[in-house]
Ligand binder design. Structure first.
Ligand SMILES: [Zn+2]
Length: 244
């Protein structure tokens, strides 16, 4: 039974018994893994209060290759991010990031994905109040991009027309930008909004605050394309506490 030590982000936790909890982790070296933290809910456990969602650190666990659940022995905290839970928008966006990773992360080591997730969580934690909406969208889009689901925002995907000065729409099913001729009746975005989307998609959170239309577009895109129709609970929060 090999012992594994690897950098990890806590994506999700749930109690297993009165005293233990199960953690869903994104590990740097072994992709997503589930571990059991025995005794973590005991008040005097050294793991008590450490193993919360959005935290990262170095996890050591007994890795059983043929099992879905491994046994955590140590977790050395690098950064806790419990402050994300005190702001609904930050919390919702951080939850979207973690849910996307839970559902879509590849099984193997993915250094870039790990970095984008940590970077997104830190950006949400550190964003000034006015820049939370832009930070949230940029972080979500960057993650969707590194997971391989981001749409091409350069021009119409069907006729090739440059859309830098014209309005366009997003074909959610194809995950692609299309011009009005190719997709009549679709949701229209004027050139300025497309430019903002490109900026956010490039991971730049600074600039004009995203419109609610852009938030809806991103959420709709993730829901129908990246999440393959799976209902991401945290997406509902992002819409409920609508980003202005
Ligand atoms: Zn076209």
């Amino acid at each position: 039974m090999p012992i594994v030590t690897t950098r990890s982000v806590v994506l999700q936790t749930y109690p297993y018994s009165d005293t233990s909890k199960i953690l869903r982790l994104l590990t740097l070296d072994h992709g997503p893994q589930s571990v059991m933290a025995r005794g973590a809910l005991r008040p005097r456990s050294r793991l008590s209060g450490v193993l919360e969602p959005f935290a990262d650190g170095t996890a050591t666990f007994y890795f059983k290759p043929d099992r879905d659940l491994h046994t955590l022995s140590e977790f050395e905290l690098a950064r806790e991010r419990q402050a994300l839970g005190r702001d609904l928008r930050r919390y919702a966006a951080a939850s979207v990031l973690c849910e996307l990773v839970l559902r879509l992360a590849p099984a193997e080591r993915d250094l870039e994905l790990y970095g984008v997730l940590i970077g997104g969580l830190d950006a949400l934690l550190e964003a000034r109040p006015g820049s939370v909406p832009g930070t949230a969208l940029a972080a979500c889009w960057s993650l969707v991009d590194v997971l391989g689901f981001a749409p091409d925002l350069s021009g119409c995907s069907r006729c090739g027309d440059d859309l830098s000065l014209r309005e366009g729409g997003l074909d959610v099913r194809d995950g692609a930008l299309v011009c009005q001729r190719c997709l009549p009746g679709g949701r229209v975005l004027p050139p300025g909004e497309l430019e903002t989307l490109r900026r956010l998609a490039a991971g730049t959170a600074e600039g004009p605050t995203p419109s609610s239309r852009q938030v809806h577009l991103l959420v709709e895109f993730i829901r129908h394309h990246a999440a393959e129709g799976i209902r991401l609970r945290s997406l509902d929060f992002l819409l409920a506490e609508e980003v202005r």
